[in-house]
Design a protein around this ligand. Sequence first.
Ligand code: ADE
Ligand code: ZN
Length: 326
Amino acid sequence: QNLTELLRAMPKAELHIHIEGSLEPELIFEMARRNGVAIPYASVEDLRKAYAFTNLQSFLDIYYAGASVLLKEQDFHDMAWAYLLRAKADNVIRAEIFFDPQTHTARGVSMETVINGLHRACTNAKSQLGIDAELILCFLRHLSEEEAFDTLEQALPYRDKFIGVGLDSSEVGHPPEKFARVFAKCRQQGLHLVAHAGEEGPPAYVWSALDVLKVERIDHGVQSVKDPALVQRLAKDRIPLTVCPLSNLKLCVFPTLKEHNIRQLLDAGLCATLNSDDPAYFGGYMNDNFVQTFEATGLTKAHAYRLAKNSFEGSFADDAKKREYV
Ligand code: ADE
Ligand code: ZN
């Protein structure tokens, strides 16, 4: 079996996927039509042409605009189902899926609509696709602590439909500390905790995600290599990093895929994983990330097995499930 075949065929977990970032232009146009929402693009091609990003913020502006076509429970279901079918094709057997409720509640869509639509797709994925799919609610860090508390309150009636919380959106200027009290409350609720840190932001944000928010995983974390003491800490505590190479390439975090530091992270003994982040915007789902990253950086078969193992170890599956996966 050659390396590319192995990468495609091996069972894996995806731990860093924003469901709104899986909304393909075709689905944006279909939902805009069926919901009567106006979008400032003439065609699918016209919209795709706008996907030329220079940094995180330039992407987020267009990503939030794309999500504006989502109104009904069926829309949330259909978006998640389309992702889960793609994940199945890439031999993803577990997916821990981020969603951004504030993007929708700010437009008058109810929390119930968002969560029930997404959760129905996750339930069907278990029975129809054999994928264990779980939801992680993300707070938008460019919004206030108070807005995050309001969002948590709205979501707690659906506590049994998501397994954890995360922190995403514009990183620089919005350090983890801003959400210390929100995360403390989530911890009391027994929710799993993750946060984006060290995507564009400094190692200090990774330290405070760990020590102030007490997160169990770091999303991205690629800037950690700038601080050797931090790399040691991540290794010692086996803190998973959910790395997204094609995202980092498209958002100019690394100038080329060849210069990505995934090999350095793995060879330092970190629990790094590969993920797609926002596949509809960054030009690739899970297996595209694996195949292109391996080609560009010269990762080996041993790295492939390591990445698959790390994805299950880093997941929030219970121990019995983890044994079943490997
Ligand atoms: N929301 C969706 N994708 C994101 C990313 N890569 N970083 C921060 N927030 C996001
Ligand atoms: Zn992300």
